[in-house]
Write a protein that binds this ligand. Sequence first.
Ligand code: WQD
Length: 323
Amino acid sequence: MNVLVVGGAGYIGSHVVRALLDASHTVRVYDNLSSGLRRNLQPEAEFVHGDIGDALALRSAMRGIDAIVHLAAFKAAGESMIAPEKYSINNISGTINLLNAAADMDVHRIVFSSSAAVYGEPEYLPVDETHPTNPTNYYGFTKLEIERIMAWYDSLRGIRFAALRYFNAAGYDTQRRITGLEQNPANLLPVIMEVAVGRRPALKVFGDDYETVDGTGVRDYIHVTDLADGHVRAVDKLAEEDRSFTVNLGSETGLSVLQIVEAARNVTGRPIATEIVARRPGDPARLTASATQARETLGWTARYSDVESLVRTSWFAYQQLLA
Ligand code: WQD
């Protein structure tokens, strides 16, 4: 199929592009390079430098396209509470532009990058897709709103969507082909890697008095190679069956902050200093996914999301900073 990957130069997007190419799809990347990187562009994929706000450019990028994978969004939950306008424009308005262009250009399949942030504070674990949706940050709200808008475009315009609710994306391509590092990361694994290479003095551990295995926060880390595989399966599924669906993509395994630090010390051989600081407001103690739906709908299961693979593949990417 001819697939347009909007946001295909970003961290997750570039892995999705790689997986689509590996599965013999033809790929066109559309990205404004605001956080995406040129070095993430794959030589076999066509590149269109454009913004999701540019309705005309979006329309022309959709010529000859069979399916869209949409990952163009701002994703910093904390920032979304300080600068909501930015998230309204890029995430919500941008997606409306994209859906309108798709309707106009007769593209009827969209795989959308959603998030576990749509659930908010978990009421039970593991979180399945029927869990109530009460986002606790504006970022999560934008993802939920987009899911709702897509449901209307499904019934009114026949655009079928796959909403993939990612848990904590981490790691790098298991075949080491993608090495573009995120700038100013705030997520746990890249921060640990920056400590390992000496870019930061220590990892600030946000609280060690949670009711968890060792007091630190527990999350469901899903390897980006597994996520990418989920997107390829979702594209194929939308082509096979004329029906929208929403699934979690998670490993179904909880890892604490200190368990990841320990694994990172073993893999990197570096001390990785930690400093216990106050809890970060809004952080739940534990968040883990049920991936039953993804298994049943897509035949998908996480294969590389063990702590060792998460850390090892990240370390390979970050070692370039030591070269
Ligand atoms: C993971 C764990 C922290 C950094 C966020 C977004 C969410 C989604 C994924 C996009 C927690 C702890 C972290 C640090 C730490 N984004 N931590 N020190 O908060 O689970 O989810 O990214 O969809 O919407 O909110 O991920 O990587 O920030 O934190 O102790 O410097 O690591 O408290 O327990 P989070 P994270």
